[in-house]
Design a protein around this ligand. Structure first.
Ligand code: ATP
Ligand code: MG
Ligand code: MG
Ligand code: MG
Length: 467
């Protein structure tokens, strides 16, 4: 089953159960300046959950594009190291705004996985929040899950909250067991963090309103928010273990390999590049530009990280922007806005490649020398700062190189050097450092108007993909 087909099946399943299909919102949240990027399906519904906004529906389903890089959820460091994390991914979600609750949410999830997708129940593990006896009872008595594959989790991992105050409640997660040939233990065990048992779906039961003093008051109309990673589900359905081996990624990895002139498709740098082109292209599509501040700096960091992996593969010419075409071929049907902004995205990425090319090679030479003879196996903060300041190496890029050599970066030392630099800048000027232009650039480019213009065509395209 292709990713496009899976996406369509999911939406259709919930449409048939009374859900309105709502288009993905852009990666820059429309009305939440505290959030760097849209990192979950619920983001566009935040005000609906809070009761501040009314919509003409009480059930919705989406395929939401998400970025988890920088900010609270940051998976940038996982990319290239786990089989299941991306900076950009699609989250399939169904939502109830004060309509159905636990019984239906759990029932729908189980039905979709075991009756529509026909996944064998003995491959599925579920977790509940330890105090959530209601969810536990539904799973064991109504769904009939094997008690040996249900884990009660007492930590905050299974208790979700929107913020320090406001809606919150227990979660229940569904894991898929990829089999004993892969390292990792079942949820709730110390070995959990391997890639054998992969979390595929997270069901959040918004049940309480938390006050500033921590008191939990039951919500009059509890809600449901769920999220399932499309790429993880596709890996399960396509019987591959790594997300990077699914249809969506195979052609991207191949395109990157061609640019690098290599036939070894298993190299992790190719996966990193394939991952990063997705987040970078969609971030630019959604109005973010590379800069030295805020969202734009996260984008710059991802682009430069990708370029460095290209360098590692032996590429010495701008190449990253050439992957926008192959990406449009994979995702353009589901995301017409990507195709519409293709040229602009290519230009922005190309320009950033040229800019970084001026210092990358020299910086890499300095880093290579610095990495020799390090008795403590730690790259000094001063070196990381020099690479940042003079050669435009974001510190996570330096850390990425260091990690490949089994080394670390002295982050505290780096921060100290940064602070000293800021002091010097303050002392040298009556004015504080002026980043306003860069911030302005970011703000000026945050368009949020797609929803109204392409929503209908996109939903038609999403559903058609599966036929
Ligand atoms: P994990 O524990 O594996 O990091 P999570 O608990 O952080 O996942 P959630 O916040 O619950 O993930 O997001 C809902 C779903 O989105 C997950 O169950 C997973 O299928 C998917 N997902 C989360 N993060 C990523 C990612 N970085 N790349 C791909 N899919 C992801
Ligand atoms: Mg995570
Ligand atoms: Mg998790
Ligand atoms: Mg989770």
């Amino acid at each position: 089953m292709t990713s496009a087909e899976l996406r369509a099946r999911f939406l259709k399943f919930f449409q048939d159960r009374g859900h309105s299909i709502v288009a993905s919102s852009p990666l820059v949240p429309a009305n939440d300046p505290t959030l760097l990027f849209t990192n979950a399906g619920m983001v566009q519904f935040k005000d609906v959950f809070l009761g501040r906004e009314q919509r003409p529906y009480v059930r919705a389903a989406t395929a939401q594009r998400c970025v988890r890089a920088g900010g609270k959820h940051n998976d940038l460091e996982n990319v290239g190291y786990t089989a299941r994390h991306h900076t950009f991914f699609e989250m399939l979600g169904n939502f109830s705004f004060g309509d159905y609750f636990k019984r239906e949410a759990i029932g729908y999830a189980w039905e979709f996985l075991t009756e529509v997708l026909m996944l064998p129940p003995e491959r599925l593990w579920v977790t509940v929040y330890a105090e959530d006896k209601e969810a536990e009872r539904i799973w064991l008595d109504e769904v009939g899950v094997d008690p040996g594959r249900l884990t009660r989790i007492a930590t905050s991992d299974n208790f979700w909250s929107m913020g320090d105050t406001g809606p919150c409640g227990p979660c229940s997660e569904i894991f898929y067991d990829h089999g004993p040939s892969i390292a990792g233990g079942p949820p709730g065990t110390p070995e959990e963090d391997g890639d054998r048992y992969v979390e595929i779906w997270n069901l959040v039961f918004m049940q309480y309103d938390r006050a500033a003093d921590g008191t939990l008051t039951p919500l009059p109309k509890p809600s449901v928010d769920t999220g399932m990673g499309l790429e993880r589900l596709a890996a399960v359905m396509q019987r591959v273990h790594s997300n990077y081996d699914i249809d969506l990624f195979r052609n991207l990895v191949k395109a990157a390999a061609e640019l690098a002139g290599t036939a070894d498709l298993a190299q992790s740098s190719l996966r990193v590049i394939a991952d990063h082109i997705r987040s970078c292209a969609f971030l630019v599509t959604d109005g973010v530009l590379p800069s030295n501040e805020g969202r734009g700096y996260v984008l710059r960091r991802i682009i430069r990280r990708a370029i460095r992996h290209g360098y590692k593969l032996g590429i010495r010419e701008p190449f990253f922007h050439k992957l926008v075409g192959p990406l449009c071929a994979e995702m353009g049907q589901a995301y017409p806005e990507l195709v519409a902004s293709r040229q602009r995205v290519e230009q922005v990425l190309h320009k950033e490649e040229e800019r970084f090319a001026e210092t990358l090679e020299q910086g890499m030479k300095i880093l290579d020398v610095a990495m020799r003879d390090l008795p403590e196996r730690v790259i000094p903060g001063e070196t990381a700062f020099q690479l940042y300041d003079t050669y435009g190496f974001p510190v996570d890029l330096t850390a990425d190189v260091a990690r490949e050599h089994g080394l670390q970066v002295d982050m505290a030392g780096f921060e100290l050097a940064m602070e000293a630099q800021r002091e010097r800048a303050r002392a040298a000027s009556h004015f504080s450092v002026d980043y306003s232009q860069e911030v302005h650039l970011d703000v000026a480019c945050e368009f949020t108007g797609y929803r109204n213009t392409v929503e209908d065509t996109r939903i038609v395209a999403l559903l058609r993909d599966g036929q």
